[in-house]
Design a protein around this ligand. Structure first.
Ligand code: C2E
Ligand code: CA
Ligand code: CA
Length: 730
């Protein structure tokens, strides 16, 4: 909505009695149109400055707020528009302050406003961040509709009922009461309880393109699927709109919770049949567990909500557990967004090219273009981190088009049949204009279309599939090749492969890495994908191959191409050209003979408990089964210790190797994946047990449990020497 006509906030409004404009000027003054729109009762308009203060309110808005003189201009928006405690009216929403901070769009956000005469009115807001020509954030521009009458009625109906009429599930009110009662009872009996918050991805798109009755039908089917997965393990409810909730009593095993969340994500992303048309949506899930992440309804709900927000931010179609770091995630996203915008303006993003190699001949066939961003302060920032941020607004279009253009120019300098593969974000794909951008990039560089490949993930198959189909046909007409990226990770769209859109499937790294471990089912999956691709005439790529044994396996299973550190990391254009200048287009595999359990390199202060002492140590790396720490001297091999990873995550371990100041630990029980690339313990030490050790529960911040028991009980002589953690070499 280009609301560029919203000029100065104090500009006199000409829509009232003074608007005696001459009869129909050739181009009506925009503010006159604005006034007319308002008079029709269609809406009101508002704007803020970059600090979130109201800078404009249209005439009717001022009247409704009982502020004809505009005294509210300059007030923080969140002081004028208040969040509503919703009662099942379909308006469950994140707080307005939260959204402003994250600079998200406001969509159908319901707020309460004071009418200036002691009464309350309810408005439905829409708005979006507004950027100036340089791409700098200038504040919000938005509209509002008064929905007071409907709202009051809906609230009253909702109050009387416990059931969501559309789906027959428990409604928000009932869920809230259940959760409050459960948490109160469980506090006494020290039981745990998990809360899952679900939000459908791209539901709005279905509603918009296929109509509200179709949207309703879809919600009913979602409810049925959810219920058939959760069964008696918990209570499923609909909060309103496209948000659902699952309450799971006596559940604190994050392994089981992750599996359940995964099954929900998988099931809800299978295609739906609605009035003879197919539609696909995704879902994101946020999970919080009482008492670890919160002990009352408010705390736990907020925690699950933050986890949900993070799941949606990372890429949608996934789940996320609450961690205390998520608390400031929204502001971090906003900061990263600002930095990124600057970096794009200053042209600081670069492309690097990773080879896709034929594993039989070692010849390179294609390079994948990967974005690289080196920030002066933060160092290297991964595209996995900044692409989702760019996807929040139009930045992804600028970045995506620039990457396309540059990649085509660079590839034109390579020997003829060698192709370049460019990633296209789902957000970029579903916007109109992609075909044009691709055509322009080809034309500007002179690259033949068959040497350009677009990598697309399964997440484009959402919403109305006919529109998606049309985009595919457009692109195919240009003659470019299409590759299905990260195959097997998200929405399952096997049906889509049959449509013949794709020339190539990229088997996701998660199937490849560790596929040589005993008992792993991934080799079977790889074989199946390769067979399927062959049957449909598609090429296959195995991604993320790092070890020689993995290379042997994927070659034996028939993958046509291999991409991974085993051949090369991404190279810059000069290195690629140097490679060809040598007259060779060969890459030799080199890497460890066998896959090693995934280790994450970290540098984080954690705790180590030995007998009755609590030591501070630095965690250097972490895998599922062990860790390396520094910071203690003289710890013999064989010592039994407990590693404190924070927030009640205690890991019973044994020292299995040691140098003077560094120890390798082996865990008694393996850690599990946290759903976003890290590891966590399956269970946590309950704050109740800590409370028994003398810490009052109220003193525990949600999710943060200092192990004061050990810290304070230092009565005997410590066995090991605590080194200065800031010492060089640690
Ligand atoms: P992707 O498309 O799945 O790209 C492959 C990623 O795997 C790259 O990470 C690559 O460096 C990494 N990789 C390749 N071989 C190995 C290996 O053997 N071991 C390991 N551990 N990793 C390997 P990168 O460059 O960090 O990119 C991450 C993601 O960011 C990409 O995943 C892609 O989704 C996104 N991305 C990167 N560039 C662009 C772009 O220009 N546009 C868009 N829309 N997304 C991009
Ligand atoms: Ca890719
Ligand atoms: Ca990939």
């Amino acid at each position: 909505m280009p609301l560029g006509f919203l000029k100065s906030s104090r500009e006199p409004n000409r829509s009232g009695s003074e608007a005696q404009t001459p009869a129909m000027p050739a181009r009506p003054d925009r503010s006159v149109v604005l006034g007319e729109v308002e008079e029709l009762g269609i809406g009101m308009f508002w704007a803020t400055d970059a600090d979130g203060h109201l800078s404009f309110l249209s005439q009717r808005a001022l009247a409704d707020l009982g502020d004809p003189d505009g005294a509210l201009i300059g007030t923080p928006l969140s002081k004028v528009f208040h969040d509503v405690e919703d009662e099942g009216t379909g308006a469950k929403q994140r707080s307005i302050a939260f959204k402003l901070k994250a600079r998200s769009k406001l969509e159908e956000q319901i707020v309460a406003v004071s009418d200036g005469r002691g009464g309350t009115r309810w408005w439905r807001l829409n708005g979006r961040p507004f950027l100036d020509a340089k791409g700098d954030f200038q504040g919000y521009r938005g509209s509002a509709v008064d929905i007071s009458a409907q709202y009051a009625y809906d609230t009253q109906v909702a109050r009387q009922s416990q059931v969501d009429e559309l789906t027959g599930l428990a409604n928000r009110r009932k869920l809230g009461e259940r959760l409050t009662a459960m948490l109160a009872a469980f506090r006494v009996s020290q039981r745990s309880c998990a809360l899952m918050m679900l939000d459908l991805d791209r539901f709005k798109q279905i509603n918009d393109t296929m109509g509200h009755p179709a949207g309703d039908e879809l919600l009913k089917q979602v409810a049925q699927r959810l219920q058939s997965i959760v069964k008696d393990a918990g209570e499923v409810g609909r909060l309103g709109g496209d948000e659902f909730q699952v309450l799971l009593p006596d559940m604190d095993d994050r392994g089981t919770l992750g599996e359940l969340a995964n099954r929900i994500v998988q099931s809800l992303s299978q295609p739906y049949q609605i009035n003879g048309r197919r539609a696909i949506i995704g879902t994101s899930v946020g999970i919080a567990v009482a008492p670890y992440d919160g002990v009352d309804t408010d705390e736990l709900t907020r925690a699950a909500d933050m986890a949900l927000y993070s799941a949606k931010e990372t890429r949608g179609g996934t789940f996320c557990f609450f961690t205390s770091e998520l608390r400031d995630a929204a502001s971090k996203t906003a900061i990263l967004g600002d930095r990124l915008r600057d970096a794009v303006d200053r042209n600081e993003l670069r492309l690097a090219y990773q080879p896709l190699v034929d594993p039989v001949t070692n010849e390179v066939k294609c390079f994948e273009a990967l974005l690289r961003w080196h920030d002066e302060d933060q160092g290297y920032i991964s595209p996995a981190q900044f692409i989702p941020v760019a996807e929040n607004d139009d930045l992804i279009i600028r970045i995506g088009e620039a990457a396309l253009k540059q990649a085509c120019i660079d590839a034109q300098a390579w020997p003829d049949p060698i192709r370049v593969a460019v990633n296209v974000s789902a957000k970029q794909f579903i916007r109109p204009g992609l075909r044009k951008a691709v055509a322009a990039a080809l034309e500007a560089s002179g690259l033949p279309p068959q040497r350009l490949e677009l990598e697309i993930t399964e997440s484009v198959f959402v919403g109305d599939l006919e529109t998606v189909d049309a985009t595919f046909r457009d692109l195919k007409k240009l003659g470019v090749r299409l590759a299905l990226d990260d195959f097997g990770t998200g929405y399952s769209s096997l049906g889509y492969l049959k449509h013949g859109h794709f020339d190539k499937i990229k088997i996701d790294q998660s199937f490849v890495r560790g596929c040589t471990e005993n008992g792993d089912i991934n080799p079977a999956i790889i074989t199946a994908i390769v067979a399927l691709a062959k049957a449909l005439g598609m090429e296959t790529v195995a991604e993320g191959v790092e070890a020689m044994d993995e290379l042997a396996l994927v070659r034996e299973r028939g993958a046509d191409l291999v991409q991974g550190y085993i051949f090369s990391k991404a190279l810059d254009q000069e290195q690629v050209l140097a490679q060809f200048a040598d007259g060779t287009a060969l890459f030799r595999p080199s890497g460890p003979p066998r896959h090693r359990a995934e280790r994450i390199t970290i540098f984080r202060k954690v705790g180590l408990i030995h007998e009755d002492h609590y030591y501070d140590v630095i965690l250097r790396n972490l895998s599922k089964t062990g860790a390396r720490i520094t910071g203690l001297a003289g710890v013999p091999v064989g010592t039994d210790v407990v590693l404190d990873l924070g927030h009640g995550q205690l890991v019973v371990s044994k020292v299995v190797n040691a140098t003077e100041n560094s120890q390798g630990l082996q865990f008694e029980t393996s850690l599990i994946n946290d759903g976003s690339g890290g590891f966590m313990t399956r269970h946590r030490i309950s704050p109740y047990s800590l409370a028994e050790a003398g810490i009052p529960l109220a003193a525990l911040g949600a999710g943060a449990f200092p192990l004061a028991k050990w810290r304070d009980a230092n009565k005997t002589i410590p066995k090991f020497v605590q080194l200065e953690l800031s010492a060089p070499g640690l």
